[in-house]
Design a protein around this ligand. Sequence first.
Ligand SMILES: Cc1cc2nc3c(=O)[nH]c(=O)nc-3n(C[C@H](O)[C@H](O)[C@H](O)COP(=O)(O)O)c2cc1C
Length: 356
Amino acid sequence: MASGLPKLSQKFIEPLTIGNVTLKSRVLQSPLSGVTDLVFRRLVRRYAPDSMLYTEMISATDLHHMKALPKLIEIDRNETPISIQLFDCRPDFLAEAAQKAAVSGADTIDINMGCPVNKITKKGGGSSLLRQPELAAQIVRSVVEAVDIPVTVKTRIGWDDAEITILDFAKRMEDAGAKMITVHARTRSQGYTGDAKWEWIRKVKEVLTIPVIANGDIFSVEAAIACLEQTGADGVMCSRGTLGYPFLVGEVDHFLKTGEELPKPTPIECLQVAKEHLQGLWDYKGIHGLYQSRKHMTWYAKGFVGAAALRDRLCRIESVQDGMDCLDSAIEQIANQDVFEAIASEDMVEMIAMKQ
Ligand SMILES: Cc1cc2nc3c(=O)[nH]c(=O)nc-3n(C[C@H](O)[C@H](O)[C@H](O)COP(=O)(O)O)c2cc1C
């Protein structure tokens, strides 16, 4: 479909190099705890064959104590390019976890230095590392030493508005050996509220030589283009925009490569993908997957008459069959509505023609 969006520079169809890894796409699917498991990633991969995907964040301490590796670190051999994201504050545990992640098949190791959740920051991980830049640098150095694959960092612009430290912090990460940095352009105290301050990504880009990936408020192709234009970043990472919408990364990637917008999936197509997602979660995780599927299902159900009532049902499903029945009847209802609207508009055309 021809697009009214501006053409971006040639750079965006060129590969993105992260140390010794080359990506054919500059659009990345972010790590999302409770979301980017194997089942979700398979859906994203279908529409975005070249994009880097990320696992959910995984605690290096947990990995150290576990006898068997958890599902969190499990990746498909054909999922590549994929990054395993780790969090923790102990350089030795992170180095050990990175080795396990490399054996699991990760193409890169990403270290989470942005998570704002108290449970994580109280233990010294996630965004609390923004306040301990020397420890953060030591972590990067020990992980780089432990593995042959590139090590990257995902972080925020600072702790709060009075403490925006990203320029110094990002430079330290680069000097410690990080091969790429993703900047979520919010402070820790913002959580997920307020606008992402993309202007800080531009400033980071000016002081680093490694690739800088822009993150925050990328909910559409238009937003991705605006962000890339305003920041000059080397790529863009989609996050909440992909909840119930595993098409977004592929849509942005397609636009960057061709200058054309893909047609949006219809509500029926979205609900059909929701059915696959539900079945996948059940097959992969059993009852736990079913419970997790409730939130996913409600995210898919939007943009059509009756969506609110459907969401209300989906967040209480008790079995896969229950969920499938809800989704099937919504699909049938939308299809009947479409037929009704098509007939109504044909009648209208006929009436206008008769009047003339
Ligand atoms: C439900 C949820 C889970 C998240 N889990 C992670 C995570 O595991 N690792 C991480 O680095 N960021 C995580 N994030 C942050 C996102 O990757 C992203 O940085 C943030 O949502 C900003 O982008 P957005 O404004 O486009 O959503 C999470 C965000 C949400 C909403």
